[in-house]
Design a protein around this ligand. Sequence first.
Ligand code: PHE
Length: 462
Amino acid sequence: MAVAPREHFSSRAGFVLAAVGSAVGLGNMWRFSYLTAENGGAAFVVLYLAITLLVGLPVLLAELVVGRGAQESPIRALAHFGGPAWKPLGLVFVAAGFLILSYYGVIAGWTVRYAGIAIFSGFDGESAARFGEIATGWDAVGFQALFMVVTIWIVAGGVKGGIERAAMLLMPALFVIVCGLAVYAATLEGAAEGYRYYFETDFSKLADPAVIKDAAGQAFFSLSLGMGAMLTFASYLGRDNHLPNESLVIAGADVGIAFVAGLVVFPMIFALGLSDAVGASTVGALFITLPQAFAEMGAVGRVVGLLFFAALIVGALTSAISLLEVVTATVVDGLGWTRPKAAWLVGGVITVLGLPSAWSTDFLGLVDSIANNLFLLGGGFALAIFVGWVMKDPIAEVRAGTHGVRWFFAWRALLRFVVPAVLAFVLWFAVPATWEAVTTTLESWTAPAEAAPTEDAPQLEG
Ligand code: PHE
């Protein structure tokens, strides 16, 4: 079969916005705020920032280097620089894509549903029970499927016509909305309580391995690292991009939006006296407390809520696109399928794989922790070893597109020593913790009938 030339992003802004679109998503709003609450506020944020800078940024640059250098999807790109022995790591990346998108689509479906509520009925009497109805069962499946269809449709449209165009259109809108909401939140009476909670640092938490583990997982999830998403996007780049600068812009935008999202969520929740719900934070916290806050704001709440969930949908969409792109590009490159066929088929399979997550938020939380603690952190560790120790002269690849910068040896040293050391430390705690989460959840499901809830009751945690 004649091989078409590889498609490329048409501009620097197109690539950067697509990569920022991948990074900025549910991770910045849903996951960041629920983990910050769960791990006691600012200490978590400090750790997350430190790990992003020291570990996330070098790994991000490593992914861009491998992707652009090879001009191929993950499995082939790793084989290109490391030989066939590295193909299994590429497979792990693709598996992570399947896993994450399966539940990511479910949560995105919730956001679509809540946006619909804002438009059609307004928020009223929102509660944990209401969230249970929305978050699980056939309703959840329907909205998940709707979201997945849009995602697949964009990916099927190609790099320039689909992914780049969507990012150029959607990302600026997201920035404007989130910043506007933060300004609005500042005007609420009682917002100060929220800021205090957000910025109060409990220094004892800085050395808590459980908090460090969550911060590292969040740094990787939020920057879309450890599964080849950034690698795949970079494979559509020409050699004139300044990769270190692109990495800084992508990471800066990601951290910035997460931070501003916190300035939206915490003041709103505290201003309306819903802080108790934050204490018992779980997967569903954001979706239970915020609609309650919107309900109490009355008519304004409807508009604010609609904007908030619109921003979440946009973030989720541009991230889901990158998740699906990893798998789609792999199938297109590996099996020679057309892009639309690959996107629809793979996307369909992933939607079906998401059904258990649409049935139980416990299951969803479990898949989330497996994907992050094992796949992304493990994938990041392996990639650091790969670029730090195996790949020949990665620095030459970084140099292309830059003008004689000389500190790249520091990047390589980080990849060789610091990143593996930090990730090994984190994995040391994360692996058993994840294993324990899996076994306790399985036990709770197989527990004797009288202890279990009735079969069709929504499975809510907390
Ligand atoms: N970074 C995305 C978010 O924060 C999620 C994501 C993870 C996307 C891994 C791609 C790969 O929502």
